[in-house]
Design a protein around this ligand. Sequence first.
Ligand code: NI
Length: 174
Amino acid sequence: MTIKPLIILPDPILRQASKPIETVDGEVKKLAADMLETMYDAPGIGLAAIQIGVPRRMLVLDVSKEGDDKTPLVFINPEIVSSSDERSVYEEGCLSIPDYYAEVERPAKIKVRHLDAEGREQMTEADGLLATCLQHEIDHLNGILFIDHISKLKREMVIRKFTKAAKLRGSKAL
Ligand code: NI
């Protein structure tokens, strides 16, 4: 397992739509292991493959409470098949937008069809933090970031801040 560098806003890679995974082979399993390692190291509770620069439809998460046993989950080719009318609000963050948090409203409950880490078809019903986290990560597979769900004013402020920071990093490298 290898910790991979994270792709950070405003890198255009984050806006790419990811492609489905056709077979869950050794390479895909290695990618899942690397993603979990990278997520735990960050630390974060969810990571999509595109956040380490791999445009494939896979995400990993672990929404277990601090102090409880780790519960790593792998979702391959996830597809939301139903969403509740009921909504819930969580303060979200993202490993690709470090140290920025904002409240996002999303459906409170969802049903997701996907493959698991072994390539078996699964249907997962999620609510609470798991539902929010899954929707956030599935958005990544479609090139959508959580800041797309906040006001335009706030979004532009965040993008400006990260664009400036990226330029500073660039000039230091010269
Ligand atoms: Ni994210």
